[in-house]
Design a protein around this ligand. Structure first.
Ligand code: FES
Ligand code: FES
Length: 671
C-alpha cells in the first residue's frame, strides 16, 4: 500500500528520450531499406529499423488483413508465410524478410476469389468476430500444404498456435476438415456451396460479413487509415490512489512531431460520464483512483513520437491510502472515493419477498456458505482502437468497436459540449467484446484530439494497455443462507452479495440489478431476501461481461443447491425438480410467467449428460475405470455436492501433509 502523503514525481520512463549513436531516437528514427516479394509483387521500402514484419505489412504496405492481437507470439492473429513457412510476424524483425518471399492473408487467393480453405471457413460458420480468422486461415493453409490428408488430431495440432476467443474451435476444425476433403477430391466442390433454404428460422444461414472476415478484407478500427493522420498515446497512472499535484508537459511539448497534449483542462463540456452514473472524468481530474487511469494524452506524427512524449510528461502525485477490499470499503472511517457515495456504495439492489425469517423458522434444514468469484479479463482478441476526425461541416466522427453506441454518442456530446447532431459515432467491426466494449474508456480523448488538431487521429491499444485499462468482470463475495424442508422444498433464501465495482461505476448498477433478479434462480421460493451491492474501491473498474452479473449469483445458487442436496441426502437433480417454477409461477420480482420450460430444459440436460447412468469410474456400478484421461482416477469427480464428503475424507491426509511440510521447513529441508 502506498505511503500516505508521500509526494512523488513520475515520468513514464525515467530515461526519457535521448539520442546519439546506438540509442533509439523516435524523432529521427534509423531506417532500413527492404527489398522483398510480398504476395507475388516486388516491393522496396525504407522503414524504421525497429519495425517487425507485422508493422512493415500493416503500417507501411497498408495490408491490414492480418491482425495484431497480442504482439508477443501468443495468439497467432499475425500469422504469415515467409518463404512458405508459417511464422508469427509480430516476433520477426523486418530485416529477416529482405530478399525473401512473404505471403499474407490479403492476397492468398491470388485474385481468384476465396481459396478452398476460406470457402470452407465461410461454409462452416467458422468466423464469429473474425479477428482470429486470418491467422487461423493461414495456419489451416499451412497444415494442409504440409499434410494434405491431415487427421483431425493433426489439424488440431496445426492450429495449436492460434487462439480464438469466440468459437470454441469446433467449427474451425470442421472447416479445415471440409477443405481437406474437397482438396483431396473425397468431397465435391459443391460441398462448399451455400445451402438453399426456404426459411431462415431453424436453418443454417451464412453470415453476410463472413467472406470479408475469412479474406481479411473487413476493417477493424486499427486497420483504418486516413491521409494526414496523427497518432495518440496515453499516459496512465502508475498509482492506484493519489492526488495529482502537478502535470508538467513542457518537455513533451518540445519534442518535434508532437501536435497536442490533452489533459482534463481540455474538456469543454461536462467532464463526468458513465452509462448509469456520471462519475468518470475523461482524464483524471485532480486525483487518480486506479492503476491505469488515463492522466494525459499525446497526439503526434507517429506512435513512436507520441509514446516518447508520454514518457516526458512529469506528474507530481501525493500518494493516498487506497481501498482494495470491497467489504472493508463499506466500513465506517474508510476513505470515501466519491463525494456522492457514502460508504463507497455505488449501487444497492434489494429484493424482498415474503417473510424470510418466518421461512427460516419453518425450515427443517438451514445451509449456509460463502462463495467468492474473481475478476476476469474479457481478453477479446482485438485490442481497443479508434479513429476520430472532423467532417467538413464540423461534426466530429469517431469510429470504434463500441458495443453501446447510442449511449456513447450521448455521453460524448455532453463531454464535448456539442449538440448531438454534431457528434457521430460509427461502430467499427467488433473483434470480440463480450461486454467489455460496452463501457466507454477512450473515445472522449480521441474526439477531443481530433477537434483540437483538426486532423484525423488514431489510437490503438497495446495488449498490456487493454489489460490495464479496461473493465473486468465483477469479483463477488456471496454469503448464502437457504432454508429447506426435508422433502427438498426451499422455504427461504437469503443472498448477500458484495461486488467490487472498482474505481468507477461503469455498468455496475445494471450488473447488480441482473445479479439480484436472476440470483435465486428459476426456483419457486416463498420467502426471498437479496442484497446486491456494488462498492467503489481503488481496483480496476468492473463492468459488463457476458451474463451481466447473473453468472456470479447463479454460480453460487447452483453450488449451494448441490450442498443442500448433500445435506438432505437427496439427488441434486431431484432437489431441483421439486423447486423449479412451473406455469403460472410468479418470479421473485413479481412477474407472472405463463409458459415455463425449466423442467423440460432440465430433463433435456439430464438426458444429454447421461446423469442417471452416472460417470462410469465413479459410479461404483462395477464398470471398468476410465482410462482415457491418462490413467484411471486422475480426474476430479464431477459429482455435485462432493466437496463435503471429499474434504472430510481427505482432511487427515491434508493435515498430515501440512505437518510434514512445516516440519521440513523448520528443518531447512524444503527445497
Ligand atoms: S502472435 Fe503475433 S499478434 Fe499475437
Ligand atoms: S472469431 Fe475467433 S476470436 Fe472471434
Amino acid at each position: 500500500m502506498p505511503d500516505n502523503n508521500h509526494s512523488r514525481t513520475d515520468a513514464a520512463h525515467e530515461a526519457g528520450v535521448v539520442s546519439g549513436p546506438g540509442v533509439y531516437d523516435p524523432v529521427n528514427q534509423a531506417r532500413v531499406t527492404i527489398n522483398a516479394t510480398v504476395n507475388g509483387r516486388q516491393v522496396r521500402r525504407t522503414v524504421p529499423v525497429h519495425y517487425r514484419v507485422i508493422d512493415f505489412v500493416r503500417e507501411e504496405l497498408k495490408l491490414t488483413g492480418n491482425k495484431e492481437g497480442c504482439g508477443s507470439g501468443e495468439c497467432g492473429t499475425c500469422s504469415m508465410f515467409i518463404d512458405g513457412a508459417l511464422v508469427k510476424s509480430c516476433l520477426v524483425p523486418v530485416q529477416k524478410i529482405a530478399g525473401r518471399t512473404l505471403e499474407t492473408i490479403d492476397d492468398l487467393d491470388r485474385d481468384a476469389g476465396l481459396t478452398v480453405v476460406q470457402q470452407a471457413f465461410h461454409k462452416c460458420g467458422s468466423s464469429q468476430c473474425g479477428y482470429c480468422i486470418p491467422g487461423m486461415v493461414m495456419a489451416a493453409t499451412a497444415t494442409l500444404r504440409k499434410r494434405p490428408h491431415a487427421s483431425i488430431g493433426e489439424i488440431r495440432e496445426g492450429l495449436g498456435g492460434n487462439v480464438c476467443r469466440c468459437t470454441g474451435y469446433q467449427k474451425i476444425v470442421d472447416a479445415v476438415a471440409l477443405a481437406r476433403d474437397v482438396l483431396n477430391g473425397t468431397k465435391p466442390a459443391e460441398a462448399l456451396d451455400e445451402e438453399q433454404t426456404e426459411s431462415f428460422i431453424g436453418s443454417r444461414t451464412r453470415r453476410l460479413d463472413a467472406p470479408a472476415k475469412v479474406s481479411g478484407a473487413i476493417k477493424y478500427a486499427a486497420d483504418m487509415w486516413m491521409p494526414n493522420m496523427l497518432h495518440m498515446q496515453v499516459l496512465r497512472s502508475p498509482h492506484p490512489y493519489a492526488r495529482i499535484e502537478r502535470i508538467d508537459t513542457t518537455q513533451a511539448r518540445a519534442l518535434p512531431g508532437v501536435e497536442a497534449i490533452l489533459t482534463c483542462d481540455d474538456v469543454p463540456g461536462v467532464d463526468n460520464f458513465g452509462v448509469f452514473i456520471e462519475d468518470q472524468p475523461v482524464m483524471a481530474r485532480g486525483v487518480v483512483r486506479y492503476t491505469g487511469e488515463a492522466v494525459a494524452a499525446v497526439v503526434a506524427d507517429s506512435p513512436e513520437v507520441a509514446h516518447a512524449a508520454v514518457a516526458l510528461i512529469r506528474v507530481t502525485y501525493s500518494l493516498l491510502d487506497g481501498i482494495f477490499d470491497a467489504e472493508a470499503a463499506m466500513r465506517d472511517g474508510m476513505p470515501q472515493l466519491h463525494d456522492f457515495a457514502p460508504g463507497n456504495i455505488c449501487k444497492h439492489t434489494k429484493i424482498r419477498k415474503g417473510d424470510v425469517e418466518a421461512g427460516f423458522a419453518d425450515a427443517d434444514v438451514i445451509v449456509e456458505e460463502t462463495y467468492q468469484t474473481s475478476a476476469v479479463e474479457h481478453a477479446y482478441l482485438e485490442p481497443e482502437a479508434g479513429l476520430a476526425y472532423l467532417e467538413p461541416d464540423g461534426c466530429v466522427t469517431v469510429h470504434s468497436p463500441s458495443q453501446n453506441i447510442t449511449h456513447h454518442r450521448h455521453m460524448l456530446a455532453k463531454i464535448l459540449g456539442r449538440p448531438i447532431n454534431k457528434v457521430r459515432m460509427i461502430m467499427s467491426t467488433v473483434g470480440g467484446g463480450f461486454g467489455g466494449k460496452e463501457d466507454m474508456i477512450y473515445q472522449g480523448m480521441l474526439a477531443l484530439a481530433a477537434i483540437k488538431t483538426r486532423r484525423p487521429v488514431r489510437y490503438v491499444f497495446t495488449r498490456e494497455e487493454s489489460f490495464i485499462a479496461s473493465a473486468k468482470r465483477h469479483p463477488f463475495l456471496i454469503r448464502y443462507r437457504m432454508g429447506l424442508k426435508r422433502n427438498g422444498r426451499i422455504v427461504a433464501t437469503e443472498m448477500k452479495m458484495i461486488a467490487d465495482g472498482g474505481a468507477y461505476a461503469m455498468s455496475s448498477p445494471g450488473v447488480m440489478n441482473k445479479s439480484a433478479i436472476l440470483g435465486p434462480g428459476p426456483y419457486a421460493i416463498p420467502n426471498v431476501w437479496v442484497d446486491a451491492i456494488a462498492v467503489y474501491t481503488n481496483n480496476t473498474p468492473s463492468g459488463a461481461f457476458r451474463a451481466f452479473g447473473a453468472f456470479q449469483s447463479e454460480f453460487s445458487t447452483e453450488s449451494h443447491l448441490d450442498l443442500c442436496a448433500e445435506r438432505l441426502g437427496m439427488d441434486p437433480i431431484a432437489l431441483r425438480r421439486v423447486n423449479l417454477m412451473q406455469d403460472g409461477a410468479v418470479t421473485h420480482t413479481g412477474q407472472q410467467l405463463d409458459r415455463v420450460l425449466a423442467t423440460a430444459c432440465l430433463d433435456g440436460a439430464v438426458a444429454a449428460a447421461g446423469w442417471d447412468d452416472g460417470v462410469a469410474y465413479r459410479s461404483g456400478r462395477g464398470e471398468a475405470p476410465r482410462d482415457d484421461l491418462g490413467r484411471a482416477g486422475t480426474r476430479e469427480p464431477c459429482v455435485p455436492g462432493v466437496r463435503f464428503s471429499q474434504l472430510i475424507a481427505e482432511l487427515p491426509a491434508i493435515h498430515q501433509t501440512a505437518r510434514e511440510l512445516f516440519a521440513a521447513a523448520q528443518e531447512g529441508d524444503l527445497k
